[in-house]
Design a protein. Structure first.
Length: 376
């Protein structure tokens, strides 16, 4: 599609790697600019024209006016989530109708009803299946003039291979000569355990239960990259395998468990995590996690990792270190005293749930782009 400049749509479920695949394909192109339009319910043909006017020059030729790429030979107009724009009262998406006209006639009529042609501009789109809420069917008239490529989630053994490749640099950064974690077979085994947890959670909790129970391979990527925030050596290169497994399990609890709603679902998740870690590693690591919190206050900070006020956070977030409930209580008490001195008296009773919520809030807000909604 790229070589022949044919328009195409990449279709696949959410989080299956459509964007990653396209970014890789785009990076292989020479003298090509990528103009991305992130579609929403409000996106219309005006947004596409706006993007074209930013990235193209209008040149007068003997056949009329023509849009040509500004700084390169070729422009790829990439429309992400092309099936999100809402339909008008006649059931038509103005964006899709405009693109259909452009692809059929290689141009369009502008607001002065003058014909404008397009040269060296390729249209590429991606979308998730139209069954989910807020997504609309594309017309067969449009799909008949574009090529369609369908991708799906990787198989289990493919996921294991992908995430063992992700895990290797993460673990070898600190544990290259570790007796347990240096062999690649152990890393492959750990990736298998992570994939197993992901698949069991995905099978047990679905969007039919709650709309935010959408678990895709993206969560596995977050899980692996989240390990960069922890000191996997714990200050020593001779820690047992349980030390790393505890960190892996803690990160899993934050990514999966914190999304779950009822206490019954929480216990189902705990059983999944426990059965996988006991079955694969013979480890009862979850039994020791009731009194453990990984927070920024517990991390050993190098001078290089400290961030000044207003300075951007490290790419994977500020480092996290382990504290027990008494140590975390002391840190929060000092914060309460300082706040009371500077602002107003706070009467907060520090019990387990408060510590748990404080550790979660600290973890989210110390991550670049981290955000949360506090309701109550």
């Amino acid at each position: 599609g790229f070589d022949t400049k044919q328009p195409f749509i990449l279709v696949g479920p959410e989080g299956c790697g459509k964007g990653l695949l396209l970014r890789y394909a785009f990076s292989q192109l020479r003298s090509t600019q990528i103009a991305t339009v992130h579609c929403s319910a409000q996106t219309s043909s005006h947004h596409v024209l706006q993007k074209l006017s930013q990235t193209c020059l209008v040149i007068s030729t003997n056949t009329g006016r023509v849009y040509r790429p500004k700084d390169c030979e070729r422009l790829v107009l990439y429309l992400k989530d092309i099936n999100l724009p809402k339909l008008d009262k006649w059931g038509t998406s103005t964006l899709v109708a405009f693109l259909q006209q452009v692809l059929t006639y290689h141009g369009f009529y502008d607001e002065n009803l003058e014909w404008v042609g397009l040269e060296n501009i390729q249209i590429v789109a991606s979308m998730s299946a139209s069954g989910t809420v807020g997504r609309h069917k594309l017309t067969s008239r449009f799909t008949s003039v574009v090529r369609i490529c369908a991708v799906d989630y990787p198989e289990r053994d493919q996921l294991q291979a992908i995430y063992s490749a992700y895990l290797e640099p993460v673990l070898h950064k600190k544990l290259k000569n570790h007796p347990v974690w240096s062999p690649l077979s152990k890393i492959y085994q750990l990736a298998g355990s992570m994939v197993q947890v992901y698949e069991q959670v995905r099978a047990k909790f679905t969007v039919d239960d709650h709309s935010h129970y959408l678990f895709t391979p993206c969560i596995l990527t977050q899980w692996v990259l989240g390990l960069f925030r922890y000191d996997l050596t714990g200050g020593s290169s001779h820690h047992t395998q349980d030390y790393v497994l505890e960190i892996v399990a803690y990160e899993a609890r934050r990514l999966y468990r914190d999304r779950l709603v009822s206490t019954k679902e929480l216990s189902i998740f705990d059983n999944i995590l426990m059965s996988v870690f006991q079955g694969d590693w013979g480890s009862d690591v979850l039994d020791n996690m009731t009194d453990c919190f990984y927070v920024t206050w517990g991390a050993l900070h190098d001078v290089s990792t400290l961030t000044a006020p207003g300075q951007s956070l490290p790419p994977h977030g500020r480092p996290l270190g382990k504290l027990n409930s008494n140590e975390l209580k002391d840190v929060i008490r000092k914060g309460i005293v300082q706040y009371s001195r500077d602002n107003k008296e706070l009467e907060i009773l520090l019990f387990y749930e408060v510590l748990d919520y404080m550790s979660r809030i600290d973890r989210v807000l110390s991550f670049p782009g981290g955000s949360l909604l506090l309701a109550g």
